[in-house]
Design a protein around this ligand. Structure first.
Ligand SMILES: [Zn+2]
Length: 303
């Protein structure tokens, strides 16, 4: 059976499974979902030009994470307008679950799983068994519910090495989504498929503001493999506050695009995905990446 879409495009090969998975999570868990491309970006074109303040009040689609809905009919409408969707995102911080995601990296000698266990021992809480998603790079996303009013910010490695938090304004890639290299899947060995509450001690840590907000991006060591350095630059973007994301994105992109041994296409795609996952609108983020590319080209000419 084929699904003709509202705007007349024949859906891509990954569209139907992505839509089915999104509908499952919207109906079974009442999670707000929206379609993503394979590069983990919102699959609907932006409704407005750069800098427009609308986050959906105009009533049209195309507001990134703000399009997310748990209403099955509206989910179908989103997918009908996104024939190139290959996955779906889940908006964090919204009713009824006020979901947060602990993104535990396991690569390059960093182990977020171990770091979380250490954090739990230190602050005397138990990491609950909860819905867990395996990422395409071997990491894990632990889903947790939080009480209404929690505004856990997005962060990277603030709680511990390899522990990133997807919170208010951010989104998680849903299980069944096709990423750049593989599919995100549920980790069946991580407990029941229900979403556990975040332990109060963890909530306190999440709500604790960073003692000294980092305004200047942390330096990334010049040594190490290109992949490792790009990972570090992506982390600079993920570890964003509400006000400094654009500066971080520019700095990270200019650094990555100025390096001879980092693939510029991969760097651009990953930095863009990181910024958008943190809730940065895609169009201005692309513009920032464009300015950074020009800056990096100028640096080269002057070198
Ligand atoms: Zn609008």
């Amino acid at each position: 059976m084929t699904h003709p879409t509202a705007n007349g495009h024949r859906p891509g090969p990954f569209w139907a499974p992505a839509r089915a998975a999104a509908l499952t999570y919207a109906t079974r868990y009442r999670l707000p979902v929206f379609p993503l491309t394979r590069t983990k970006l919102p699959a609907l074109p932006a409704a407005h030009p750069d800098g427009h303040p609308c986050i959906g009040q105009c009533g049209t689609l195309g507001h990134g994470v703000h399009d997310a809905t748990a209403d099955p009919q509206r989910v179908k409408g989103l997918f009908a307008a996104a024939p190139w969707a290959a996955g779906f995102g889940i908006a964090c911080g919204r009713a009824p679950h006020h979901l947060i995601g602990l993104d535990l990296d396991r690569k390059n000698g960093v182990n977020g799983v171990t770091a979380l266990r250490r954090l739990a021992a230190e602050h005397q809480f138990t990491v609950p068994r909860t819905t867990t998603v395996r990422t395409t790079s071997g990491g894990l996303h632990l889903w947790l519910t939080t009480p209404p009013g929690t505004r856990a910010p997005n962060s990277a490695s603030r709680l511990g090495g390899g522990i990133d938090v997807r919170g208010h304004g951010g989104y998680l890639v849903g299980p069944g989504s096709l990423g750049p290299t593989a599919r995100y899947t549920l980790a069946p060995d991580h407990g029941p498929r229900e979403i556990a509450e975040a332990p109060p001690a963890l909530l306190r840590l999440l709500n604790t503001p960073t003692p000294d907000p980092v305004r200047v991006p942390r330096p990334v060591p010049a040594g190490g493999s290109p992949r490792r350095r790009l990972d570090g630059l992506v982390r600079v973007v993920l570890d964003c506050g509400p006000n400094d994301l654009n500066n971080r994105l520019y700095w990270a992109a200019r650094t990555a695009l100025g390096a001879d041994d980092i693939d510029p296409d991969e760097a651009t795609a990953r930095l863009l995905a990181a910024a958008v996952e943190c809730g940065h609108p895609e169009v201005p983020a692309r513009r920032t990446l464009g300015s950074a590319a020009k800056g990096a080209a100028r640096d080269r000419m002057e070198a």
